[in-house]
Design a protein around this ligand. Structure first.
Ligand code: ATP
Length: 235
């Protein structure tokens, strides 16, 4: 079905302890599309992603995955459904690069070699680093590993928090190229990012500020909206 939602978030509010940081957030990810969440520091982007991935239980509201309520499902249950969350620490530092990639393919081991070749083709550096411990990787190399791990697990929804953080402009471009390829393959993705250039990769955009969704529209509408202008992003 066209425009079928794979993730639907309604009226989600969340807190850290007693401090509320999200208020009544709505989000809709259409199957096979890319949704980009932009907003300034502290807007609540990561917190919203954590709620969807199961790392933080919301105070109220609900989250549907293909129509099924997963608001209170465990991280493991969500991962089993194919919801993959790429955050800074989603790897095993004591294992080698190749072992890390293998571990992330456990949900479906078939075609591991082929999937490994695909990520090595995009990030050839990982092939030459495959016997190195993941803990010894640089920031950029680690980012390649995190992206590759998520993709090799063949997720049904890929959630990426700040793909460009800590990366050089050159490397940010490569990561954008990788995301663009995943989008062309029809992977459903939710990406939180401060760099509004990423809106060029998005079918839909959502702007957050002070814990609320203040705008949602197509990627192009979001890029042109006043929220992505001087007031929030200094453009
Ligand atoms: P950034 O782009 O800087 O990562 P963000 O939009 O992802 O920002 P969040 O990290 O979701 O924003 O933070 C939203 C609010 O929640 C901020 O006020 C932040 O200080 C607070 N916050 C985030 N993590 C925690 C935590 N573990 N404990 C308490 N407060 C937190």
């Amino acid at each position: 079905m066209e425009n079928e939602a794979i993730i639907e978030v309604s009226k989600l509010s969340a807190a850290y302890g007693k401090i509320q940081v999200l208020w009544d957030c709505d989000l809709r990810l259409v199957k096979g599309k890319t949704l980009l969440i932009v907003g300034p520091n502290g807007a609540g982007k990561t917190t919203l992603l954590k709620c969807i991935a199961g790392q933080l239980l919301p105070m109220s509201g609900n989250i549907l995955f293909m129509g099924r309520d997963i608001t209170r499902a465990s991280i493991a249950e969500r991962a089993k459904s194919g919801i993959a969350f790429i955050s800074e620490n989603s790897f095993y530092p004591g294992l080698t690069v190749k072992e890390n990639l293998y571990m992330s393919s456990l949900r479906s081991r078939a075609d591991f070699k082929e999937r490994l070749q695909n990520v090595y083709n995009f990030f050839p550096e990982l092939r030459s680093l495959e016997r190195e411990k993941a803990s010894s990787l640089s920031g950029g190399q680690r980012k390649m590993l995190l992206m590759s791990r998520a993709v090799i697990s063949e997720p049904s929804v890929l959630i990426i928090d700040e793909p460009s953080s800590g990366l050089s402009p050159l490397f940010t471009e490569r990561v954008m190229g990788f995301i663009s390829q995943l989008r062309e393959k029809g992977l459903s993705m939710i990406i939180a990012e401060q760099n509004v250039e990423f809106l060029s990769l998005a079918d839909n955009g959502l702007v957050m500020d002070h814990g609320r969704v203040v705008f949602s529209g197509t990627g192009e509408e979001t890029r042109k909206s006043s929220f992505v202008g001087s007031a929030y992003f200094g453009m």
